[in-house]
Design a protein around this ligand. Sequence first.
Ligand code: ATP
Ligand code: MG
Length: 489
Amino acid sequence: MFSRFRKDQNGNLAPVSRAVPAPHGDLPPLPEKASTPAPGSAARQRAKPKSATPAAPDKDRRRRQRILELKSEMHTRLLDNLNLAAIDAASEAELRAEIASITAEALSEASVVLNSDERMNLIQDLYFEVRGLGPLEPLLKDDTVNDILVNGPQRVFVERAGKLELSDVTFKDERHLMRIIDKIVSAVGRRVDESNPYVDARLADGSRFNAMVPPVAVDGSLVSIRKFKKEKLGIDDLVRFGAFSEEMALYLEAAVATRLNVIVSGGTGSGKTTTLNALSSFIDNSERILTIEDTAELQLQQEHVGRMESRPANVEGKGAVTQRDCLKNALRMRPDRIIVGETRGEEVIDMLQAMNTGHDGSMTTIHANSARDGVSRLENMIAMSGIEMPLRAVRSQIASAVNLIVQASRLQDGSRRMVSITEITGMEGDVISMQEVFRFERTGLQPDGKIIGHFTGCGIRSAHADRFKRWGYDLPNSIYDVIPAGGRP
Ligand SMILES: Nc1ncnc2c1ncn2[C@@H]1O[C@H](COP(=O)(O)OP(=O)(O)OP(=O)(O)O)[C@@H](O)[C@H]1O
Ligand SMILES: [Mg+2]
């Protein structure tokens, strides 16, 4: 990427060994960080070690402030000078050249001298403002970032490796932030303002986007972005990362291939969608799969996949297509399996019916903290959907529809693990009976905060072991063994 390059001594562009691109809104790198000071007395002075020039940081700060101001002035000027209609058609090189020339003009008018790094960064940032998503652009391009969470213009958090950290990206002010939000939502034909203060959208690259603006968002607009990963984590990656064990992978392969109905349960950002996506890889290529999501995130590898995305109502409150609408329609589209990205409302009843009536091997996720909790969530969703059904009937519907609940969790150390696999075995009186077959046994904490633990069977053979065998998945009973902390005896 452009910002990863700095000029070397010969003035050539050379890659800088930095994994993370310089965040926009971050202050442009100043000569003290560069290996070679750019010509100019101020730059030469800053090339000395910091401690030797105590006045430098202050000077740097003032200079950075000035550059930020310049950037904002320049942006207004660009918007005035550029033909916005023509921008869309312009190539990246053309647009950059245009920005560079307008910038050079403005800098000379303002009698400001920038070194080449500063000028390059300024042009880069302005390019992102005009063509991209401004300060968010470098974060979107940074592969180590999973989530971007904006709490007002001055506080932008990112999630890396399961941990949230404050980034040094900022917006100039709330108006700047609002402008970027507007740019995102108008590109997908949506609007967000005081009377319509929140919006859900999908960015052009597939990332999931949600924003809420003032006055509902009290301290400035709130934005959440779940970055789209081109390379989805597969079963092997998840085993390698310690998300679950080889034995669990074998079991899940048998469960999905023999068409058990599976629910992946978990908290927010616990890896539900990732797990669902990985599990889908066990589906045979000959099957017709229909997926239904609020924001299309799943990336199934099979040949025969039909993807649907629900749609909220427009500003006049018309045109909504709910997940339930999609699901009902899907049932008329001869699916072998139906995958619903997340069941969160009235579609639950259709999902359970589909699972009960010939669409074995269907899968979905729910937001819950344990398998038992997940079942209660399903019951509540049914109750809230307005269907009058005695609790026992609701439970027996759930018990006969759902075979397996896989519990995903994001632990305190940021790691995401499948902490339990539970089978639903039927009804005992009025209660749904379940048995846990695998779980993550936590045994301690390392000094650096990393959780110590291991995966183990629960000493109970799967209730579906015979089915697995009939379908050609003859799993050894030893995979269900309880494994002590030190490993198998
Ligand atoms: N086992 C894992 N190891 C490392 N990263 C993971 C793992 N599982 C998921 N992730 C990453 O964590 C992020 C969140 O995952 P995912 O979208 O699957 O969560 P989710 O539970 O569906 O979230 P939400 O509740 O917001 O829908 C993604 O960026 C994903 O790539
Ligand atoms: Mg999800």
